[in-house]
Ligand binder design. Structure first.
Ligand SMILES: [Ca+2]
Ligand SMILES: [Ca+2]
Ligand SMILES: [Ca+2]
Ligand SMILES: [Ca+2]
Length: 307
């Protein structure tokens, strides 16, 4: 009888130990699952992006790792389309805080927000020249969207395009010699490239789908852009003459958009719409090693990377 009770008590002890072990394993799995959302990666430099936690869009800054996110703008009206000055000290952006879209600049900590344009039409999509002296942007001030440049203090506005189509989303090449943009002048949106005075406008893509958001890699060898030519938005790269087009995201289940090169050209930051909202991701320039940076429920778009 004693032996039997003793055996029972040993069995009971093991049951308790195993139960505790099982609970510990379950807790560990839950902990790992919860913290998977918070696996931070080190970002070389800083990334600004746009999010819309209320109704308006505001600009946010992510530094060191993706756990440090601060807001740079907080006004009535939206603040969007941030673009870094080449030295990483300033950000140009578009805002409708003064009732219509204008171009503004601010310091990289959100201070000294100054308006550069001042008219009743839409002025948007700023992008800095690599020497910091000028900003390219688009405006419909002449009745339809055209590409313009101005000095970075807002003076000396020059129109580069001149036709009845939508000429939008200009980006300056890192060597300073070219500007890429999108236009629907040939029937639907395609990627174009031109000299910085507006001459030599050349079409690089030719597909019945939408081609937008072109930006040239830091070494000047590739253009990243967005296209829905497969029926879903993916990010592509191509050579500067439009050859060697490669779908680098190639994910039919997600809308991938807003590509921007890392300062060293080895990676691309972009937004991807999974489930029901956009978040910020990085990938190598060949589309490999996709890493998620944000987990907000809101729409995180327009990521732009500076050193
Ligand atoms: Ca305006
Ligand atoms: Ca036009
Ligand atoms: Ca097209
Ligand atoms: Ca989100």
């Amino acid at each position: 009888m004693y032996e039997r009770i003793r055996t029972m008590s040993i069995i009971r002890k093991w049951e308790i130990v195993l139960t505790i072990l099982l609970i510990a394993i379950i807790i560990a799995f839950i902990f790992i699952a919860l913290n998977k959302q918070n696996t931070f990666r080190t970002i070389n430099g800083k990334i600004v992006f746009v999010s819309s936690p209320v109704i308006d869009q505001e600009i946010y800054l992510m530094t060191v790792n993706n756990s440090n996110i601060i807001y740079l703008t907080n006004t009535s009206g939206s603040n969007t389309e941030p673009a870094w000055s080449p030295d990483g000290q300033k950000i140009a952006f578009a805002s409708d805080r003064d009732q219509n879209w204008e171009i503004y600049t601010m310091n990289a900590d959100g201070t000294e927000q100054n308006r550069l344009t001042n008219n009743t039409s839409d002025d948007s999509d700023p992008w800095w020249s690599p020497d910091g002296s000028r900003i390219v942007f688009c405006s419909n001030r002449d009745g339809n969207y055209e590409i313009y440049t101005m000095y970075s203090n807002g003076s000396n506005i020059m129109r580069l395009t001149n036709n009845s189509a939508m000429d939008v989303i200009p980006h300056w090449s890192p060597d300073g010699s070219k500007i890429t943009f999108s236009s629907n002048r040939d029937g639907n949106s395609e990627i174009y490239i031109m000299d910085i005075n507006g001459s030599n406008q050349v079409r690089l893509t030719n597909s019945p789908s939408e081609e937008i958001d072109a930006s040239i890699s830091p070494d000047g060898s590739k253009i990243a852009f967005t296209s829905d030519r497969t029926g879903d938005y993916d990010i592509y790269t191509m050579n500067l003459d439009g050859s060697d087009v490669t779908n680098i995201t190639n994910s039919p289940s997600s809308w991938d958009d807003y590509p921007c090169w890392s300062p060293d050209g080895t990676e691309i930051v972009f937004s991807s719409y999974h489930g029901d909202n956009f978040d910020i991701y990085t990938m190598n320039s060949d589309g490999k090693a996709v890493t998620r940076l944000t987990y907000e429920y809101y729409q995180e778009i327009f990521p732009r990377w500076s050193k």
